[in-house]
Design a protein around this ligand. Structure first.
Ligand code: IVH
Length: 667
């Protein structure tokens, strides 16, 4: 046994080292293939020997599927902001003010201002114990499990010179390349785009599923060390020590002893930052000496010993040629400004989003206007201002939001309290029809192999498929001679379509694409009704009595079934053989025995795996949560539940349920 334990420890140590070499030093010693092989070996051994589970193992970076509600944690030291300026004079004022207050020489540590989402990490005895978002500055969300998937954040520190307990703060970032890829994928799926990498990073950090977080390749720079026993009395020196413990500290950090040096740093990075892989929006100036920092102190909101100099967003002046409108798969109509091409931050800008009717109204736009476009941190440029002085006596036509759908001519609607206009013609407006079919075939819905958006587009254009039910009438002969198809692909597609009939009830409900009925809602509905007919007939009370289904969703479901063409479509899908009813297998699998209960899983199990228990909780109507809080109903505990968790459970009076007892509860 000890041989296995030694092997596991050896692999963990090696993988920690290779992670560090690869992600921090950028000098990998082994190939990616070799790294993956070692990781797989470790995962296999860990699976076979759960008794050696370690929450700091490098394998936890792969993430778990646990669904979490984040717990709020108070910050030991409040997370303050920095006072901002866009003006060089104010930087000089800050410098003079600091000199007057200290009445002695001082050094300034200049750093880049990273434009991501801030994080506070707590390390105890060299191990990452907690990662908390900024929240409201006093308390933040505990996102430890998600942060553990970020490879540039060490789980275990190097050496032995770190303080026994300390916090380190920094910025979590989504690199530009990952951001662009992510938005491309979202665009293809007609999901709303992230406006900038900052939103994408904070959105990612708040995801419920840490394996998705792991796949997003977040990065992190650390820039602020806090604690009672820091190694040095200079901020810059402490950061360098922290680099030696394994943290990623920006190389663009410089100690300056005069205002001239500070401006040289600003001027250099104002240009060079465009070549960085992550977004930055300014420079942070910090008085370096910790004693001097202490003497300068804080205002209510920010330290007096630091200031942020923000870069001016780049903008360009160009002509508005016309405004066109795009219709998304859910019918949302988005106005797009078509511009005279202009260079901005290294790319040619031809189009800018105008978002909605209110934005157009606020800008008071006329066709032919000279407009300022800005990129700022955003990838999609926006119009920030109109140069009214360039308008002349004969301005073009005033831009008025359209009243009818540019695709199908239907009169647009705008729901109360929503900014967007919609085309209500869900069943006959071309982009909406195609969007519905694309949603229907997608992985989490009917998961039809071999069919993608381009093929759907082709089938639609040729009139082969006008709705989802038409898919089930396609034959190999109908499609085998189409462009770039052939016999084999045609057979694959038809097989994929036929196989999709086996998709369980909840996926078929989700696949219908009813507005506001996402994956989770579809599951809840499918577990509460025996068939699609029951759902179609359900009254408002029956629908809203289901957990998490409010009036908005209920009305949307009723609206869907009040449309005869939707009812006809569902009938055809039923006839085609889709499982639009609860099967015996489904029924046997579900219960509401754990309804309304929030359950934490902890420890190592013998009868089933963690994932299997997680699934059982969900199938019985319970909720998996990540950490113990007063809201926890009980803890499903296996062997080796940590002492800290036991203590917390005892303190809050939370019941601990063993494996056998749990299985009896749900049996
Ligand atoms: S120091 C007490 N250094 O800017 C001050 N902040 O407006 C602690 N930021 O919330 C922050 N780069 O998210 C510091 N090099 C840097 C930074 C930085 C980005 C962010 C951080 C903070 C915000 C302040």
């Amino acid at each position: 046994m000890t041989i296995v334990k030694d092997k596991i420890q050896e692999l963990r140590a090696a993988l920690h080292r290779h992670n560090y070499n690869y992600y921090i030093l950028n000098t990998p010693e082994i190939s990616d293939i070799e790294f993956d092989r070692m990781m797989r070996e470790l995962q296999k051994l860990e699976e076979e020997h759960p008794e050696y589970y370690d929450e700091h193992s490098p394998s936890v970076r792969i993430g778990s599927d646990l669904n979490k509600n984040f717990t709020q944690v108070p910050h030991k030291y409040p997370m303050l902001s920095l006072s901002n300026t866009y003006s060089e004079e104010e930087v000089a004022d800050f410098y003079d003010r600091t000199y007057k207050a200290l009445n002695e020489d001082f050094e300034i540590c200049c750093e880049l201002k990273y434009d991501g989402t801030s994080i506070s990490l707590t390390y105890e005895n060299g191990k990452l114990v907690r990662a908390v978002t900024r929240g409201d500055g006093e308390k933040g969300d505990d996102v430890t499990d998600n942060v553990k998937t970020i490879r540039t954040i060490p789980l275990v520190l190097h050496g032995n010179t770190y303080p026994p307990s300390f916090e380190i703060r920094g910025e979590i970032l989504l690199p530009w390349t990952v951001f662009e890829e992510l938005n491309k994928e979202r665009e293809a799926k007609e999901e709303s785009l992230f406006a900038n990498p900052r939103n994408a990073a904070s959105g990612t950090l708040k995801l419920q599923n840490s394996s998705v977080v792991a796949s997003r390749k977040l990065d992190a720079y650390l820039y602020y060390l806090l604690g009672d026993q820091l190694p040095c009395n200079g901020h810059y020196e402490n950061l360098h020590e922290a680099a030696g413990w394994g943290f990623k500290i920006s190389e663009a950090t410089c100690k300056c002893s005069s205002l001239e040096e500070v401006f040289l740093f600003i001027d250099y990075w104002n240009v060079e930052r465009k070549n960085l892989p992550v977004a930055t929006d300014g420079i942070v100036l910090k008085v370096n000496n910790l004693l001097q920092q202490k003497n300068l102190g804080f205002t209510a909101k920010s330290p007096r010993w630091a200031i942020a100099y923000k870069f001016q967003a780049e903008r360009a002046l160009t002509r508005l040629n016309k405004v066109t409108y795009q219709v998304g798969r859910t019918g949302t109509v988005t106005p797009v400004a078509n511009l005279e091409p202009v260079q901005l931050s290294g790319t040619t800008v031809k189009r800018a989003s105008l978002h909605n009717a209110d934005i157009i109204e606020g800008l008071d736009l006329y066709v032919g206007d000279m407009v300022y476009v800005e990129k700022g941190g955003e990838i999609i440029p926006k119009i920030t201002e109109v140069d009214v002085t360039a308008r002349g006596f004969m301005p073009g036509e005033k831009v008025m939001f359209i009243t009818h759908c540019p695709e199908c001519g239907s009169k647009l609607v705008r729901y109360e309290s929503e900014a967007a206009h919609y085309c209500p013609n869900e069943t006959a407006c071309p982009p909406q029809i195609k969007g519905k079919i694309e949603h229907f075939i997608s992985r989490k819905a009917m998961n039809i192999d071999g069919l993608g958006p381009e093929t759907v587009d082709l089938f639609y254009k040729l009139g082969l498929v006008k709705n989802t039910a038409d898919l089930y009438q396609l034959t190999v002969d109908d499609i085998k001679d189409l462009d770039r198809m052939g016999m084999k692909s045609a057979e694959n597609i038809i097989n994929g379509i036929n196989k999709s009939k086996e998709a369980p009830f909840e996926r078929a409900v989700f696949a219908l694409g009813i507005r506001f009925v996402g994956e989770t809602v579809a599951k809840k509905i499918a577990r509460s009704f025996a068939s699609i007919d029951e759902i179609a007939e359900a009254g408002l009370d029956a629908l809203t009595s289901i957990d998490e289904i409010g009036e908005k969703i209920a009305r949307s479901i009723q609206h869907y079934f009040s449309d005869t063409s939707n009812r006809q479509l569902v009938d055809r899908l039923k006839k085609a053989g889709l499982q639009l009813y609860r099967t015996e297998e489904d029924a046997g699998n579900y219960s509401d025995k754990l309804a309304g209960q929030s359950i934490v899983i902890s420890g190592v199990f013998t009868h089933f795996s963690r994932d299997e228990y997680k699934e059982m909780i969900e199938r019985n109507g319970g909720k998996n949560i990540g950490s113990i809080s007063p809201k926890t109903s009980f803890i499903l505990a296996g062997e080796n539940m940590g002492p800290a968790k036991r203590e917390k459970a005892a303190k809050l009076g939370i019941r601990i349920v063993g494996e056998d007892e749990f299985l009896t509860i749900i049996s």
